[in-house]
Structures are given as C-alpha cells and as structure tokens.
Design a protein around this ligand. Sequence first.
Ligand code: DQA
Length: 136
Amino acid sequence: MKILVLNGPNLGRLGTREPEVYGSTTYAELVATCQEVEPEADVRQTDDEATMIGWLHEAADTATPVVLNPGAWTHYSYALRDAATLAPAVIEVHLSQTSAREEFRHTSVISPVARGTITGLGVEGYRAAIRALQSY
Ligand code: DQA
C-alpha cells in the first residue's frame, strides 16, 4: 500500500539531534523501520516548507494517505494545515511528548485536521500510524 511518510525540519538529523529528547535512532533507521512495516512507504524529509506543501498536494492529487511529522511547523504553520486538509487521511506523529515540553509545543495547528495524533512513543509512533492507515 502506498503511504507517504513526511518529515519536517531538522528530522534528518535524528540520531545526533538532542538524543535525550528524540532518542538515538538515526533518520536512516527510521526510514528502514517504516519500510519494514510497509514496504511501499515512501519516506521523505525536508527543511523547506514549500516542498512539504507540494508533497501534501501530491498526496491529495494521488489520494495517498500520509503519516506526517511536521516538526516545529506543527506549532504555527497555517499553510501546512491548509495543505494537510486536502490530503485524504493524515496521521500526525511526534517522537517526543510535546505536551510535556515547552509551552509553545503544546499547541498543534495540525491536530484539528488530522485523523489522529500520536505523541511521545518515539519511532514506535510511526509504526502505529502506518498500521492504522493500513487498516483503514
Ligand atoms: C517534534 C516535536 C516538535 O516540537 C519539534 O519542533 C520537532 C520534532 C517531535 O517529533 O517530537 O522538530 O515534531
């Protein structure tokens, strides 16, 4: 089953980025984990908001469900939210437990347009999100 797994800014640095918060799994290992659960998972990462919006438009045009970790865009990007609204099904995932962190991370402008949100389970959250999309 074709699924897009879209990762926002700084997530390409997993493994070395604040391991006490995000764990020691590298981005390459995250990609491998997703493809283990769904061999057709197309896993991407960008630090560029316009590119991410383009990928969400692609999901809309091809009716492809999405696992989305929007990184810091989660907390303020209405442009991303509007694009996510167009996609057929979006599950929002965060590696860390955002509600237990700084105040600005307690708000997600994406959650209201997501089918569901998984936070704080690390890479396990991606597995759960992919399985949920497979079962729809
Ligand atoms: C994150 C949480 C965000 O607040 C942060 O900006 C990230 C990663 C997570 O996966 O826990 O880049 O989305």
